[in-house]
Ligand binder design. Structure first.
Ligand SMILES: [Fe+2]
Ligand SMILES: [Fe+2]
Length: 156
């Protein structure tokens, strides 16, 4: 698989890591307004990112390869856990209390990194010739997600 095809499947994982770092730095120096803005940006990008995976990529991989070892189901459970952690942080960040904020941010940051690594391995394993051949159609379906309501419930 060449780097272009790697890129379109795992898209922008690195940016979530970077924005959480920036959010932590802003909170650390008491720039709560900026920290909240960065967190909102992180959360709204992640909501869309998860929908692309939950609604297009995961079902596509299951359609192509089945999920005999339950790896896609496992990735989906990791999404559930991330949603839970993001909800916690959305609540805690309002308090402008750095220690509490860090107690919530750290597990989220670790879980995000682990999920991204796990997902990239799975995607690279599962991206067979048939999926690569459907690249343009898949990208169209990913882009179309932006205009539909999502399946997950977010309380903020
Ligand atoms: Fe994911
Ligand atoms: Fe992802």
């Amino acid at each position: 698989m060449n780097s272009t095809s790697d890129n379109w499947l795992v898209h922008d994982h690195h940016k979530y890591d970077a924005v959480l770092d920036d959010c932590e730095m802003a909170a650390d120096v008491g720039e709560w307004k900026n920290a909240k803005h960065l967190f909102q940006k992180f959360a709204s990008d992640l909501k869309l990112h998860m929908r692309m995976e939950d609604e297009v990529l995961y079902p596509l991989f299951i359609e192509e390869n089945g999920d005999p070892d339950g790896v896609i189901a496992h990735l989906s459970e990791e999404h559930d856990y991330l949603v839970h952690l993001v909800h916690d942080l959305a609540y805690i960040i309002k308090s402008n209390d750095f220690d509490h904020f860090l107690d919530c941010l750290e597990p989220l940051h670790v879980a995000m990194k682990q999920h991204s690594e796990h997902e990239e391995k799975v995607f690279l394993n599962m991206a067979n010739q048939s999926i690569l051949m459907q690249r343009d159609e898949i990208i169209e379906r990913l882009n179309a997600i932006q205009n539909k309501p999502g399946g997950r419930i977010w309380d903020f």
